[in-house]
Design a protein around this ligand. Structure first.
Ligand code: BDR
Ligand code: CA
Length: 318
């Protein structure tokens, strides 16, 4: 059994919003090999208030009553003015009557992991602000966490998305990503160049819509709406197409099914500061004895068919 904490900028449930964090949460609930202990929220795809309310709503929809949600960082770590997504009042007005647990996500993450050293995997599927803050509050966290699995970065072949350098989660808070890389914590990164290969089609969306449960039909409709959105993306945007990528669920799948992914140990760095390339990552693939020691394991390829199979079978039962 794999105990996990999911740190997310979940926006699923708001009209026209990105859906992959919601699917990642649903997968964490569906797979009996995963024990979801805590959901923490962070500013990213939406503001942290909305991510919190939407996470609570999604857990309610999934019938999950025993997983607390704790709100985290509202702005990037060292550059609050660089917040990428404006607060979303529409989403904030949703979900009245649902409230998170008290506390601040980075502190609660640190407390939970230190209470069970070597037992809990932290899955980060939004900007890394909470994770970096947790490591700063409690440096022993790096040695106590079983592993940090991150959806973030773009390592091979693609340089950016939607007009930003690099990948969204890292671009939102490059300083936080740098702190995680420096921490020495065991970490696996599942980057955009690989997650773009795992896609749901309109036929997949229909399959979910026809499932008998409550979540799967809701998720099927949300997938159709999100494909409409990605289809309208600017030409050249790697997200564009008549299907949508399941970035964050692949990071969850990596915990129980690492064999779906081909991995490489590398030296990773990220460009920080007020420079044009801030958020881009540097991947040093050298194997020579004098190359800098690796600090991360990255995904370099995926068996997309096997993933989609596992993913749809898991979700359609919900
Ligand atoms: C990442 O950014 C978000 O839009 C997705 O949820 C995912 O975590 C992909 O770049
Ligand atoms: Ca996300």
């Amino acid at each position: 059994m794999n105990k996990i904490i999911l740190d997310t900028d979940l926006a699923m449930g708001a009209p026209g919003s990105d859906i992959d964090d919601g699917f990642a949460l649903a997968l964490a609930h569906a797979d009996p090999e995963l024990a979801l202990q805590l959901v923490t929220t962070v500013d990213g795809n939406t503001d942290v208030e909305s991510a919190t309310v939407l996470s609570l709503e999604l857990l309610r929809r999934l019938g999950v009553k025993d997983v607390p949600v704790v709100k985290g960082a509202a702005t990037p770590l060292t550059h609050p003015e660089r917040r990428r997504t404006p607060p979303d009042e529409v989403i904030n007005s949703y979900g009245q009557g649902l409230s998170p647990e008290s506390g601040y996500a980075p502190a609660v993450i640190a407390e939970r992991i230190l209470a069970e050293p070597g037992e809990i995997t932290l899955v980060a599927i939004g900007p890394l602000t909470n994770v970096a803050a947790a490591l700063a509050i409690e440096p022993r966290l790096a040695g106590a966490v079983k592993e940090i699995v991150i959806m973030g970065g773009v390592f091979l072949g693609i340089t950016g998305q939607r007009g930003m350098p690099g990948e969204f989660n890292v671009w939102c808070d490059p300083e936080a990503a740098a702190a995680v890389l420096r921490s020495g914590a065991p970490q696996r990164w599942v980057g955009l160049d690989v997650t773009l290969k795992v896609r749901l089609t309109r036929a997949d969306a229909r399959r979910l819509s026809q499932a008998p449960g409550e979540f799967a039909p809701f998720a099927g409709a949300a997938t159709e709406a999100w494909i409409d959105h990605t289809q309208a993306a600017e030409p050249g945007d790697p997200q564009a197409g008549d299907s949508c990528a399941m970035h964050d669920p692949l990071a969850v799948a990596a915990i129980v099914h690492p064999e779906l992914i081909t991995w490489a140990d590398v030296r990773l760095d990220v460009i920080t500061g007020d420079v044009p390339g801030a958020g881009m990552m540097i991947t040093d693939l050298r194997r020579a004895a004098d190359a800098p020691a690796s600090n991360a394991r990255i995904a370099v390829d995926v068996d997309a068919t096997a993933f989609t199979d596992y993913f749809l079978r898991s979700i359609e039962g919900l």
